[in-house]
Design a protein around this ligand. Sequence first.
Ligand code: MG
Length: 385
Amino acid sequence: MPLMQSDSNTLASYASNTNNSIGRSVPEKPPLYRSEYQRDRDRIIHSTAFRRLEYKTQVFVNHAGDNYRTRLTHSLEVSQIARTIAKYLKLNEELTEAICLAHDLGHTPFGHAGQDALNVCMKDYDGFEHNLQSLRIVDMLEYKYPNFRGLNLMYETREGILKHCSKSVAKTLGVLGERFLKNHQPSLEAQLANIADQIAYNHHDIDDGLRSGILSLETFNDFEWASPIIKRLKKDINNKHSRIIEYQFVNDLIGISVDELITETKSQINEHKIASTEDVRGLSFPIVGFTNEHEAIQQELKAFLMTNFYQHESIKKMSNEAEEVIHGLFNYYVKRPSSMPGYFYEEFKLKINHEKPLAMRVIADYIAGMTDRFATKVFYNDINE
Ligand code: MG
């Protein structure tokens, strides 16, 4: 009989590990060939919600072009960036990977426009928030194991998925909600996944923006931190193919951010004498992060993308259409709940007479789970007879 696989023995004392884990809600036998966090990662990869990320919007709707990021490739890029940093800082790479791959499972079709529209539809029933929905998917909506609902993930994976949460919702989440009420921090792996998400989208959105022609390299010359990089790349790269310079620009920016994050996080670990996961959790501020100077650059970039890319006319046009589809679908299923597939309709019937907000949540669950192309097909072909 092979021995249970443990976490890597090169973990730092402040890394999460199976021995100091709160574990799973429903106790299970340890896996034979994998660590517990590898098992979580594998359950996430095998989930239906994970496969659907392939057809969900990051910025461009799924059918806009085959070369743009989707929610799936975004999640892979987040994971890749975070794993590099986790490995270097001797954090738990497998836990980090599991959190990153699961962090966007709860996204609706059509990205943020879809989430905002569904939130409006659900305004009288506690709203809709994709981060909370990711947790709902792994805790409840995936349904394939005989002894429990959801994926029965390790506490630390669930903690990492729930990046933020209102105090009123936190009160309903038991141990998982406590840190929001006490203003405590999650594990370093969770903190890292959160920042890796920001590094990934800020930079891959520059690449998608350049690819689409909505952004141009020249606009970045206005930034003090970007113009020397562009100047150097133009000088060094003697190549007429301008996309090479654009690729290398994004490449360099990601490299700088990773470098900044590693250096500053190491210095924070030393400054606050972090030696255990308890030390990490007890603080009122995160340890993984940038210096104020580099954080300002990231925020400047974010604001730039908001004005020049996400709010660009052609992106907004897609968003307006998404809003129409989500509202149309929601109103349709409120009137015709029996048009939802078996499981959802059965749940709806159980709730509608005495718990209306929960019945409406079933409709939100069904719509949130749709891919861009499925939602579009249902809206234009099936319900608008
Ligand atoms: Mg994300």
